[in-house]
Design a protein around this ligand. Structure first.
Ligand code: BTN
Length: 316
């Protein structure tokens, strides 16, 4: 339960009532009120209790918790920063301190946000930058599938909630009108047969302005809809969608999502090149993915199944 569910904007509420509802001490209530003030809520306190005078304009953990309709295993605890270097770095630190599955770290701004192959990830205020700590019970070689699941969840939310159709550029870029709106990075610690933890980082261009040099390759949801959207609603819908995808994947494998993923694959049936850090680039016709998440490419001589790499349209 989030404290803001019990903090009205129309009338005062006694601290003792909040204590009773949330089953926490007076000191804990005071600490939470102070935290709300720190992140931007204006809260008046008097002998009549507490009242919210002005809500926080930034989205934050309290609004998210208050809007989740049911408790989620993948989101048991939210840590919110107005600014941090990278939510990935923050969540990996928590993983090393043995935090369990279900920590979500969110930042309004990142000063050192990064993407795959250590590319800089532009993270101005207004976007949605978050990382999740997961402990999936799957073999380490199946971990790349997770980014496919995140892509499906993002693409479903764009369609269902905002009527935006998107494509997935394998393995994990979400495109709208051919431009990148979201990216996913998966980092993990594993042993031969088990995954210790996965840090999944997701960046979605929502209400943020994009720098000039990215404008021809990236897009924001605000640009598509010509209006700002509520990031709390977006992340709540995303987390709820991902919870069920993740559960179904762990119990039934990826096959159940294969058709949906392939129906959204970008550059399908066209000539693409896959660049990779370890192997030579491969060029061929893109047939989408197989049930292990490998990209199927028909080159001049044979069918290749590629585990990882970066996809682009082939040059003519
Ligand atoms: C990519 O497209 O290469 C992946 C981009 C991932 C960016 C997100 S933003 C939240 C999290 N924190 C980071 O530093 N990176 C990820």
């Amino acid at each position: 339960m989030s404290i803001i569910e019990f903090l009205p904007t129309e009338k005062f509420v006694f601290g003792s009532e909040i204590c009773r509802f949330l089953e926490i001490s007076r000191t804990a209530v005071r600490e939470r009120i102070n935290r709300l003030r720190q992140i931007g809520y204006t809260i008046k306190s008097s002998s009549k209790g507490y009242i919210i005078v002005k809500k926080c304009e930034l989205f934050n953990e309290y609004e998210i918790e208050a809007n989740l309709k049911k408790p989620l295993n993948i989101c048991k605890m939210i840590k919110y920063y107005k600014e941090t270097a990278s939510t990935q770095t923050a969540v990996k630190k928590l993983a090393l301190k043995n935090f369990g599955e279900g920590v979500v770290v969110i930042a309004e701004k990142q000063t050192k946000g990064y993407g795959r192959i250590k590319r800089v990830w532009n993270s101005n205020a207004g976007g949605l930058w978050f990382s999740m700590l997961l402990k999936p019970v799957i073999r380490p070689d199946g971990s790349s599938i997770l980014s496919l699941l995140f892509s499906i969840a993002l693409s479903r939310i764009l369609e269902k909630k905002y009527g935006i159709s998107s494509e997935i550029k394998w393995p994990n870029d979400i495109l709208i009108c051919g431009k990148k709106v979201a990216g996913i990075i998966i980092e993990m610690s594993a042993e031969q047969d088990i995954i210790n933890w996965v840090a999944a980082g997701i960046g979605v261009n929502i209400n943020n302005s994009l720098p000039e040099d990215l404008k021809n390759i990236s897009i924001s949801i605000k640009e598509v809809l010509k209006r700002e959207i509520d990031r709390t609603e977006f992340i709540v819908a995303f987390l709820t969608e991902f919870e069920s995808l993740y559960f179904n994947f762990q119990s039934g494998g990826f096959k159940q999502f294969l058709e949906e993923y392939n129906s959204k694959v970008a550059y399908k049936d066209v000539l693409v090149t896959v660049d990779s850090a370890c192997n030579d680039a491969i060029t061929g016709k893109n047939f989408g993915i197989d049930e292990s998440g490998r990209l199927i490419i028909e080159t001049k001589n044979k069918i290749e199944k590629i585990i990882s790499g970066t996809l682009r349209r082939a040059e003519n």
